[in-house]
Design a protein around this ligand. Structure first.
Ligand SMILES: CC(C)(COP(=O)(O)OP(=O)(O)OC[C@H]1O[C@@H](n2cnc3c(N)ncnc32)[C@H](O)[C@@H]1OP(=O)(O)O)[C@@H](O)C(=O)NCCC(=O)NCCS
Length: 424
């Protein structure tokens, strides 16, 4: 048996409670912290002692004065049946069991840990049936108490209290799209046309079932967001690009730590900028990984880049071999942006070492600049490099390329080392 699946060299490998506590601390969690957790246990690894040891590790990191909270919901909710329904079918009214914060099961789909935390000794759980939060630790009662049944992500919700108590949000292998905190930002953002839902929910009141009317902003799609990337992920990626938050690893999982109040304010500003101001000119270009079929157009784009750089015309057929090398290199990902008619941008991400990635061949067709294409390409490139285990990314830049300096600065890059020369 030994070495079959528990070897540390096999990803995702065996992960212990102590290792989780240590790595969570390395991310920036400190004793006494108030932490909201999102976790994908499977992506952390094979947890020695089972999934509850993930909670144990985080609790060890925050210590006796800390507080750990999760968004746990209610596994048995009739929400999907009743949301915006004109009326509740009589059979449902009669038969559906009520939500009881003390016993109703947590949403398994949000993480196996929701139910573990809800049933953790000393856990408190909020009274909202669908936006239910559970917490353990010093502020557990404070965070979960008096959760309003109307607008469950509002100024008096557990999320608002998390911000007031300088809380942090910890993602262990959970995607950026799962940041529940951003529902609070959606609630706070002062923009028109937020979608509202109304539904009835059965809750236990004085030992009896009561059907209550709930109204709140739609957590499925509060605002009309039409881009392929998830809106919460777009917000979080830009937040990271601008140098906020911490990215690292816990076990095998890409993990993030954010300051809750700061991220909320960033997201409110972001949402207000997106949905209040006249829409920015946004490109129609889609970003994807290049393959052999893009060879000819990539060579044309590369030739245009060389021509702009050197000031002399370059024949794309001369660059064909280089394109082959780029597409075949297993340590590179060639990303392209295309409209329905043509390729308009490219960026190559290369794994330079175990820790560091490099960006190369950044180019956007001159007719498509300032439409956010480099930003979209960079998001894909940095995601790829992070998945390869890189913790930093850089590139070489000609000192006199002012446009590129401005663009990369806007994307969160700063100069790190200089290369000096003189003509001979
Ligand atoms: C540099 C280059 C790739 C930028 O591509 P782009 O698609 O126009 O960039 P984006 O539209 O995604 O802009 C990204 C950010 O940079 C900013 N930016 C882009 N061009 C800028 C400029 N000329 N001046 C100031 N800011 C600029 C944008 O405002 C944006 O920030 P924002 O979203 O906060 O507004 C493009 O100008 C280019 O291809 N230049 C020639 C090749 C080159 O120099 N490559 C760089 C080699 S390192």
């Amino acid at each position: 048996m030994a070495g079959r699946c528990c070897s540390m060299t096999h990803s995702p490998g065996l992960v212990t409670r102590g290792q989780i506590a240590l790595q969570v601390k390395e991310l920036g969690v400190s004793p006494g912290d108030t932490v909201m957790l999102h976790a994908s246990v499977g992506s952390i690894g094979w947890i020695a002692g089972g999934p509850s040891e993930v909670l144990g590790g985080v609790l060890d990191a925050i210590g006796a004065d800390g507080t750990l909270m999760m968004y746990v919901g209610w596994e048995g909710s009739p929400y999907d049946l009743l949301v915006n329904a004109p009326q509740v079918p009589p059979a449902i009214l009669a038969l559906w069991p009520p939500y009881d914060p003390a016993t109703s099961r947590a949403m398994h789909a949000w993480s196996i840990l929701t139910e573990y935390l809800r049933t953790w000794p000393g856990a408190r759980r909020s009274q909202h049936p669908d936006s239910s939060f559970a917490a353990v630790g010093r502020l557990a009662d404070e965070l979960t108490r008096d959760h309003p049944l109307q607008y469950g992500m509002s100024e008096s919700s557990p999320l608002a209290k998390l911000c007031q108590h300088n809380g942090k949000v910890l993602l262990l292998g959970a995607p950026l799209s799962s940041l529940t905190l951003l529902h609070h930002a959606e609630h706070l953002a002062d923009v028109p046309n937020k979608r509202i839902v109304r539904y009835k929910a059965p809750i236990l009141r004085d030992e009896n079932k009561a059907w209550i009317d709930i109204e709140e902003f739609d957590t499925t799609e509060c605002l009309p967001w039409r881009k392929p990337i998830d809106m919460f992920e777009a917000i979080a990626r830009q937040y990271l690009q601008e140098g906020h938050g911490v990215v690292g690893r816990v076990g095998a999982a890409t993990s993030y730590l954010f300051d809750a109040a700061e991220l909320t304010q960033f997201a409110v500003d972001w949402i207000e900028e997106q949905f209040l101001e006249p829409p920015k000119e946004v490109s129609e270009a889609q970003v994807r990984i290049a393959d052999d079929r893009d060879h000819r157009e990539l060579a044309d784009l590369y030739a245009a880049m060389e021509e702009e750089r050197t000031g002399t015309p370059v024949s794309s057929s001369r660059l064909s071999t280089r394109i082959d090398e780029l597409l075949e290199d297993r340590d590179r990902q060639v990303l392209i942006a295309e409209t329905s008619e043509q390729l308009v941008g490219m960026l190559v991400a290369r794994v330079e070492s175990a820790q560091r990635g490099v960006l190369e061949y950044a180019f956007v067709d001159s007719g498509y600049r300032r439409h956010g294409i480099l930003r979209e390409l960079e998001i894909e490139a940095s995601t790829y490099l992070r998945e390869q285990g890189c913790s930093a990314v850089g590139f070489e830049l000609d000192a006199d390329n002012q446009v590129a300096r401005e663009a990369w600065t806007a994307l969160g890059y700063t100069p790190s080392r200089e290369s000096w020369e003189r003509p001979l």
